[in-house]
Ligand binder design. Structure first.
Ligand code: ATP
Ligand code: MG
Length: 721
């Protein structure tokens, strides 16, 4: 590969960035202007033209998916494998470092990564131990507190004892939580970064070694680095290493998780020998989409301000669909997707983006019903399932008996006569003696602390785990996992469950073995199982469904960062949902919501749909939200309101409805206006109105107790009475 192949696909400003010989480089530019492209081409430039070794390059991206793509792009350009290169997320790289230097980091060799679920469970145990009332101090509050401190690089010992009762309690929890993690060698996500940072601080010779090794650090999405990530890079960069940072202040959307946009704004202060390059041409979106995005973001006051332009055509207007409720919204999206596929589009070209994770369920239902394959990106679908977590717990125990979270999960699943009381007693013992649950179980059995029945149940569980360990020794990964799952009794347990549920759980367990077959350990010299378990915990979301199936992507707006799709749906464009109701009061959080809207809109290349629901089951009640301010900020010339083709216009006034009351009849429903019907939830009522046909048919019923409601006929299951 030569100079021209690297530079040809770039514009002048991008070339300037790629070839910059300044010590440091900052690329600050809007969405879709080719920042990530510059980063990749710069790596190729450094290797091919400046002759740096691939091993001297450390590149950080925001998601595992982005890292994978970057690696593929590089292999493509360089024509050779880049498997030895350090390309990954901050968490992934920190993990790799800690695995290599576990002793220096003060960790056990097989330290276990806690995902946020495990973490919450641990927090609950800490509450129990300390006797803290969770109705006063919710668990999640403490979890958030701990994560926040870690993101700031603060351990409990760095915090000063406060007068304020909230601070005092949180600090107390943090201390106990740290002790519990240390006892059983558990590391949460924040801890990965914190430890990796401390590794630099505590082992200067190791830091010097890596500074020697990595001559070049490149970071994408720099606007969303938090304090500890920034500090980690800063230490590694030292005086000699060259740093390339690319980002966009308008896309800083992780402030709520501790990201500091100042890191990019003040870059020149910490790195004085920096060349700054700005990119202004957008290559991703049509004019309509780009103008909408520019209009929305221009309302923020706190920004550097950039102007983006495009040579693309106007393109189609943005479609706005106002639905009756969330089911109608989901069905509309499914129909559009079907049309897209019918006219030759790929499902994988389409993404449905939403503000809150909970929105996915209804969307998933509609997609399932329309038989449209989908994948939830970033959501831990497969690995979140109970049976999978249970199986992983056994595997974790097999490699590390001190894994308390795994012990708790496995000890009585499937049920083997170890009751809550026994588990509680083990917990107490573990706490009193500052030992792990496993050690406590051992002790309790030895000292005959339990009834003989409980004691023998605990003992057989321990024997079982030892046996699983022995049985698995020497086997290849898939056989290992298979043997442990079988031996654990989980398969038999679920076979006995009634109905489809048990069957699907068994299938999921089998699927876990399938997943092992395609697993490629990063380090072939080391045992695969621990690596597999770490990987499962790290990128649960990435390996959930069929990788090769053409599927629509569902994800939160937050996880859509850096990605692009020809067809994008932004669902739930409503006040109280987006902007999120928690952010409505606070101007700085509102600005972050607006940046999130900017990120969402700029994911679309060719066609963008905005949808909102007039009524929605939200937080357990029916709410009526108005259309989001972000939609209203888009000049109307870019927007076209749509209705489903087969749909009759919505009723205009109640007078009209009542006038037609006894004359009309719903199409092929067997129901008539004025007829009395009953509904499973709302009870009895009278039919007031019909509208639409077929799958879109809706029916208005005045219920005696629940009042008047519009229902989607195909779901309502109304029975005449
Ligand atoms: P984001 O802010 O969303 O992360 P970005 O600035 O990183 O966006 P890229 O993803 O690198 O932008 O590029 C956006 C799209 O434009 C990609 O499809 C990319 O291949 C294309 N692109 C970038 N530069 C050029 C160019 N000079 N010529 C043609 N296409 C380009
Ligand atoms: Mg990018």
């Amino acid at each position: 590969m030569d100079v021209t192949t690297i530079l040809n696909p770039l514009n002048a400003a991008q070339r300037e960035a790629v070839t910059s010989t300044d010590k440091h480089l900052l690329v600050l530019a809007g969405a879709g202007s080719g920042k990530t492209r510059v980063l990749v081409h710069r790596i190729a430039w450094l290797i091919q033209i400046e002759n740096h070794s691939p091993y001297s390059i450390l590149a950080v991206t925001f998601t595992n998916k982005a890292a994978k793509e970057m690696r593929a792009r590089l292999e493509d350009m360089l024509g050779s494998s880049v498997s030895g290169m350090w390309v990954g997320t901050f968490h992934g790289l920190a993990h790799r470092l800690l695995k290599m230097h576990w002793q220096d980091a003060g960790l056990p060799e097989h330290f276990q990564i806690l995902d946020s679920d495990d973490q919450l469970r641990l927090v609950k145990r800490v509450y129990q131990a300390l006797g803290i009332d969770d109705s006063k101090w919710p668990y999640r509050q403490a979890q958030g507190f701990i994560n926040k401190q870690k993101d700031e690089g603060l351990r409990s010992k760095n915090l000063s004892p406060a007068e304020d009762p909230y601070q005092r309690i949180m600090l107390q929890i943090y201390v106990a939580y740290e002790e519990a993690c240390a006892r059983s060698g558990m590391v949460d996500f924040g801890e990965l970064l914190l430890r990796a940072h401390e590794l630099w601080l505590n082992k200067p010779e190791l830091l010097a070694h890596y500074q020697q090794r990595f001559g070049q650090i490149l970071v994408d999405e720099f606007q969303d680095t938090n304090a500890i990530q920034y500090a980690w890079v800063r230490l590694l960069a030292g005086q000699t290493v060259r740093l390339t940072a690319v980002g966009d202040d308008d896309q800083s959307i992780y402030g709520w998780r501790g990201a500091k946009v100042e890191n990019i704004l003040n870059f020149n202060r910490d790195y004085p020998e920096t060349a700054t390059v700005r990119l202004e041409q957008n290559y991703r979106s049509t004019k309509n989409i780009l103008s909408a995005a520019n209009a929305v973001i221009s309302r923020n006051t706190d920004r550097l301000g950039k102007s983006l332009w495009t040579e693309e055509l106007e393109g189609e207007p943005i479609s706005l669909y106002s639905s009756f409720n969330e089911h109608d919204e989901a069905r509309f999206i499914a129909e559009c997707l079907n049309d897209w596929v019918k006219t030759g589009g790929l499902r994988s070209e389409a993404a449905i983006l939403y503000r809150s994770n909970a929105q996915s369920r209804v969307l998933e239902e509609a997609l399932l019903r329309s038989q449209i394959p989908y994948r939830i990106y970033g959501g831990q679908k497969f690995y979140e399932r109970q049976e999978i977590r249970n199986a992983l717990a056994y595997l974790r125990l097999v490699i590390n008996r001190n894994d308390d979270a795994a012990f708790e999960r496995a000890v009585n699943t499937p049920t083997r006569g170890i009751g809550d009381k026994t588990v509680q007693a083990l917990r107490q013992l573990a706490r009193d003696k500052s030992i792990t649950m496993w050690a406590a179980a051992d002790k309790a059995v030895m000292e005959k602390r339990f009834s003989s029945r409980a004691s023998s149940a605990v003992q057989s569980f321990m024997i079982l785990v030892h046996r699983l360990d022995e049985d698995a020794t020497g086997l290849a990964l898939p056989e290992q996992v298979d043997s442990t799952i079988l031996g654990s009794g989980l398969i038999d347990f679920h076979r006995q469950e009634k109905g489809d549920r048990g069957q699907s759980r068994v299938e999921n367990l089998q699927e876990l073995v399938v997943a092992c077959r395609s697993f490629e350990p990063e380090d072939k010299e080391q045992p695969s199982l621990p690596q597999f378990l770490d990987q499962a915990a790290l990128d649960a979301g990435d390996r959930q469904a069929d990788e090769d199936e053409d599927a629509v992507q569902l994800m939160t707006l937050h996880s859509s960062k850096g990605l692009e799709f020809p067809l994008v749906f932004l669902a739930g464009m409503e006040e109280n949902l987006f902007p999120h109701r928690m952010s409505a009061e606070d101007p700085s959080r509102l600005e972050e919501e607006r940046r999130l809207a900017y990120v969402g809109i700029t994911r679309a290349m060719k066609k963008l749909y905005l949808t909102f629901a007039e009524s929605r089951q939200q937080y357990g009640t029916e709410s009526y939200n108005s259309v989001s301010r972000f939609v209203r900020d888009i000049p109307s010339e870019h927007i076209e309101e749509v209705r489903l083709g087969r749909q009759v216009a919505r009723p205009t006034s109640y007078a009209k409805k009542t006038a037609s009351r006894f004359s009309d009849q719903g199409t092929d429903t067997g129901l008539a206006l004025g007829q009395r019907v009953s509904h499973k939830i709302f009870g009895e009522g009278v039919i007031l109105n019909f509208e639409g046909n077929g799958a879109n048919a809706r029916i208005q019923v005045n219920f005696s107790h629940a009042g008047s409601k519009w229902l989607v006929q195909s779901y309502a299951k109304l029975a005449p009475i």
